[in-house]
Every structure is written in C-alpha cells, then in structure tokens.
Design a protein around this ligand. Structure first.
Ligand SMILES: Cc1cc2nc3c(=O)[nH]c(=O)nc-3n(C[C@H](O)[C@H](O)[C@H](O)COP(=O)(O)OP(=O)(O)OC[C@H]3O[C@@H](n4cnc5c(N)ncnc54)[C@H](O)[C@@H]3O)c2cc1C
Length: 320
C-alpha cells in the first residue's frame, strides 16, 4: 500500500500535526510525502528523516499563500501522478479546507477528523467521532478507489527524526489556472502562548471567570506550566476571550495530553471540542457539574482559590 502524506508547513518548518502523521501505525505501507509551496525543497530532508521514502516537491509562486483553492488545484494534478492508495492530511484548518476539495476533484472516498487508523494488508479502517463526540463511527473503505483521510492533531506522537534516513526527492510541475481567491494578509493571533490546537496542555476558563481581567488567573497558571489558554463559548460571547481561544463544536477541536477545565460546566457543545483529550482535570464549585462525568481528576472548589494554589505549587515544583 502506498500512502501519501500532505506536508503542511509554515515559515520553512513542518507543522507538528504533519510530523505526527508519521507516528501513526501504518503497517508495511510505503510512505511518500508531498510538499507544495514556494521554495519548499529544504523540507525534503526532515520529511525523509521522519520516514518518507520519497518526497514530491511542488513549487510555484502561486502556492505561496497556501489557499485551499491553489493547493487543491495543484494536488489534484499531482496526486494521480504519484498514484497513492491513501492520501493523509492533518485535520487542521488547511487540511479541512483541502481534503474535501481533493476528494471531490479525484472522485475519492473521504473520511475526516479521524482519531484512529488501521491499515491491514489492503484494508483501511478509520474511527471518527460523530454526533459532537457522543459516539464514534468505525469507517471501512469498501472498494479500492483512492481514500482521502484527515487525522485529528495529537492522535499520534511524532517520531524522533532519524538523521540516518533520507528520502528520494522528485520535483513535480503543475499548471495553475487563475484563482478565484487570493490570500491578502495574515493577521498574527497574538501572544507568546501556544495555540490551543498545538499545545500539549490547555487551561480553559469559562463564564464563571466573570471578566476579561479575571482571566489573568488562568493565564498565570497556563504560563507556569507552559500551557495554552482555552475558553468556553460563553466566555467568548461575554467578551472575556477572543474567538481563537474557543474550544468546542463551534470553536476548535483539541486533543492535548492534559486539559484543565476551570469553571466550565461541560455542555455537550464544549465536550465536542475536547472529549479526546488524554487526561481531563475539572475544577468546579458544583459537584454535579456535567464536566465531572468526563473528567479523570476533579476538584470541587472555587477556581479563584484553587487555580492560584495550583499555579503556586507548579512554580515551587519548577523551582522558579
Ligand atoms: C449550536 C451551539 C454551539 C455551541 N458551541 C460551543 C462551543 O464551541 N464551545 C463551548 O464552550 N460552548 C458552545 N456552546 C455553548 C454551550 O452550550 C454552553 O452554553 C457553554 O459551553 C457554557 O459555557 P460555560 O461552561 O463557561 O458556562 P456555564 O454553563 O455558565 O458554566 C459555568 C460553570 O462554572 C461553575 N462555576 C461558577 N463559579 C465558579 C467558581 N467560582 N469556581 C469554580 N466553578 C465555578 C458553575 O458551577 C458552572 O458549572 C454552543 C451552543 C450551541 C447552541
């Protein structure tokens, strides 16, 4: 089986979510990677060290912005030339935009936001959350047509690069017609903290914080433990946090090692965005709060007392 990984990159660096795709259990598959953009040749080396047998470079100034439209058009030409059985992309904003376009262009089967993948011989299966994470669907691809699959970030651990490995490198030419969309500007999200989709630890605050200023409690704790700051929708709607921090059905879907929910009730729409976190800690004043049904560890208490204590304990442990 030939698997083609679509490599996502920013500022000359591979996205962590792409590196993680190499950590999936893909059986005896032959792994190829395709990387599209402007001057992407330097990325062939890290892709080879992660385990790609062959890296396909698709270079064009028109791909610099990395819009779904231009990437979709380019990969729609490149993928048939490579001839994989499976195309894998990370379920990031770029992957979410690209995968359906590609599947439609190539008349391929599509499974998105998968949290488990099985490759046994020629059979490919995938698991994906449905009904806002209330249930999990097992998907089996029933014929041998091309399969396009996106995988939720943090589903697998990225392997350590092996400096002794290298990939064969090929350059593929594409002809891009005029685009209907163009990237005009990227407005930086802000702050030094990691984004919730990339962080290994997330500290999330809810409506109970009561004000934007009070979120400094959450920020202090997050900074002490190197975490991202997340937010419930209620806190975003109240203007306490920007939308980019929102976790949930209409926010971001995250899967960190540790998710610490502070004063978050655990509404189903919130759980939809963080249910697959590896370890969930909940701090809530109400012992009946639904979040405790999902949490691995629960603290019944006032977050305004508990969170500063946790931050203090973490600081003492760090010795700083
Ligand atoms: C279509 C749709 C999409 C939605 N999408 C999302 C989404 O993406 N993300 C999302 O989060 N929500 C989403 N929601 C909203 C969701 O239903 C809830 O309203 C929201 O998650 C509640 O946020 P909250 O837990 O911060 O607030 P609340 O429900 O008000 O809960 C506050 C919690 O804080 C606790 N508390 C109060 N004071 C303290 C204290 N001092 N110390 C400790 N605990 C305290 C309370 O016991 C309570 O459990 C969506 C809703 C709809 C209808």
């Amino acid at each position: 089986m030939k698997i083609l990984i679509i490599a996502e990159h920013k500022n000359g660096t591979l996205a962590e979510a792409t590196r993680e795709l190499f950590g999936l259990s893909l059986g005896q598959a032959e792994i190829h990677a395709v990387v599209a953009g402007e001057e992407v040749a330097p990325l062939a080396e890290p892709l080879g060290q992660l385990g790609a047998a062959k890296v396909h470079l698709v270079e064009s100034p028109a791909l610099a912005g990395g819009t779904g439209e231009s990437l979709g058009q380019a990969l729609g030409q490149v993928v048939p030339q490579i001839g994989p059985d499976v195309v894998l992309a990370a379920h990031t904003p770029q992957g979410r935009d690209l995968a359906p376009r590609l599947a439609a262009t190539l008349d391929a089967a599509l499974a998105t936001d998968c949290i488990q993948l099985g490759c046994e011989g020629e059979t490919v299966t995938a698991r994906r959350p449905i009904y806002a994470g209330k249930a999990t669907a097992e998907v089996e691809f029933t014929d041998d047509s091309l399969k396009v699959i996106t995988v939720r970030p943090r589903t697998a651990k990225a392997p350590e690069p092996d400096a002794g490995r290298s990939a064969e490198v090929a350059t593929v030419a594409v002809e891009l017609s005029e685009q209907k969309t163009a990237l005009k500007e990227i407005i930086a999200g802000g702050g030094e903290r990691p984004d919730v989709t990339e962080a290994a630890i997330i500290v999330t605050g809810g409506r109970s914080l009561g004000s934007a200023e009070n979120f400094s409690i959450i920020e202090n704790f997050a900074d002490t433990i190197g975490a991202a700051v997340g937010s419930s929708r209620a806190a975003v709607d109240a203007g306490y946090r920007p939308y980019r921090d929102q976790v949930g059905q209409t926010g971001k879907v995250v899967s960190p090692q540790v998710y610490i929910a502070c004063g978050v009730s655990g509404a189903i729409q919130h759980l939809a965005g963080m249910r697959t976190s590896k370890h969930i800690v909940a701090i809530n004043i109400d012992p009946e709060a639904p979040i405790f049904q999902l949490a691995d560890y629960g603290i019944v208490g006032d977050l305004f007392e508990v969170v500063p204590l946790l931050a203090e304990a973490a600081k003492n442990r760090n010795g700083s």
